[in-house]
Design a binder for this molecule. Structure first.
Ligand code: GLY
Length: 350
């Protein structure tokens, strides 16, 4: 499969998607890094499957490697985790000309990327995403961040990796729930940009069929994402389309205190519900929401949530950082495969 390149001038970087990459990561690293020291950041779940494999592969290729293993979960992405990582980097005497590899899902990628962007004013890093969601979304595009107590991703920057290394084989150890979580974002790409891809996903009848096509699926998502990022790196226009389903999704996640639904599940509900509302207002072609509902059911994803107090959802949307001066930009579909930004306000959801 041909490598993708995120074309951002001197900050361009390749996305390499290849089964088995995890056991030959050194061959890719050698192409972009001539130094000796490599610091790997990962979490316990990923470490038990892949930590040693990646570490030994690099050590056998002559690198000096240190691996830091964090607790899994969103709590780890806290601002307060940062000093412990910076201290490990200092102990390892990592310099600005060395390399950090983030080996994990979105939490590790975002956190490690933020560390790379700030330690010694910036160290090169490579993303090796191990969850489907990270492979198709968060590892590409340079958004790195940590959470504050008052909200997710409140401290961060745009800092691109030198390379994104995606081994679809690692998805074999991902739990069913988190595989589906990633599939919600995969379906999102079809909804916002590519009806043919949406229909292709609809025609896959089992997880085996999905896995037989997983390289193609990841490639398509990364291709769409990299095109969007190239057009709007700093997220002031087209990139916002990637937030389809996210305004409601985020409010639903918050309503349930991030306990009931995964991010992808909440986005799934958000994509269906906002399309239903937009259809009723004549802003989305009739039938689109039903089409979304069917594909979500096919992938065992939720499309609705029992919300007892809808006003709490509206309050959260009103506080959304995308709601500026009471103007809320929501992502709507004209139809499957065609999306646009609609300037509205919180009453849209009433
Ligand atoms: N995950 C949305 C973005 O990268 O803009």
């Amino acid at each position: 499969m041909e490598d993708l390149v995120v074309d951002l001038g001197e900050r361009s970087y390749p996305i390499i998607i290849k089964k088995g990459l995890i056991d030959e990561i050194n061959l890719e690293i050698e192409k972009i890094y001539k130094g000796k020291k490599i610091f790997i950041l990962t979490d316990k779940n990923v470490d038990c499957h892949y930590g040693n494999r990646v570490k030994m592969c690099l050590i056998n290729a002559g690198y000096e490697v240190k691996i830091m293993v964090l607790e899994p979960g969103e709590e780890t992405k806290a601002f307060t985790t940062l000093p412990s990582i910076y201290n490990e980097l200092l102990d390892f005497k990592l310099t600005r000309s060395d390399l950090i590899i983030t080996l994990g899902g979105g939490v590790i990628g975002d956190l490690g990327g933020f560390v790379a962007s700030t330690f010694l004013r910036g160290v090169d890093f490579v993303q090796m995403p191990t969850s489907l969601l990270a492979q198709v979304d968060s590892s590409v595009g340079g958004k790195v961040a940590v959470d504050l107590e008052s909200g997710k991703n409140l401290v961060g920057s745009f800092y691109h990796p030198k390379m994104v290394l995606i081994d679809p084989n690692v998805l074999e150890t991902l739990s069913e729930r988190f595989f589906k979580d990633g599939m919600a974002e995969v379906i999102k790409y079809g909804c916002i940009k590519d009806k043919g891809f949406f229909n292709f996903l609809k025609n896959l009848k089992s997880k085996t069929e999905v896995m037989n096509n997983i390289e193609k699926i990841i490639y398509k998502c990364c291709f769409i994402k990299k095109c969007v990022v190239e057009n709007d790196e700093k997220d002031t226009g087209e990139r916002m389309l990637l937030n389809f389903g996210h305004t409601l999704g985020h409010a639903i996640e918050t309503y349930y205190n991030f306990k009931k639904f995964t991010h992808g599940e909440a986005v799934a509900i958000g994509m269906y519900e906002i399309s239903k509302i937009a259809e009723n207002k004549g802003l989305t072609e009739k039938g689109a929401s039903e089409n979304i509902k069917k594909i979500l059911m096919q992938y065992s994803l939720p499309y609705e949530a029992e919300i007892e107090d809808g006003s709490l959802i509206l309050d959260t949307i009103a506080l959304d950082k995308k709601n500026i001066d009471n103007v809320l930009k929501v992502v709507l579909l004209k139809n499957i495969g065609e999306s646009y930004l609609e300037k509205t306000n919180v009453k849209f959801f009433n």
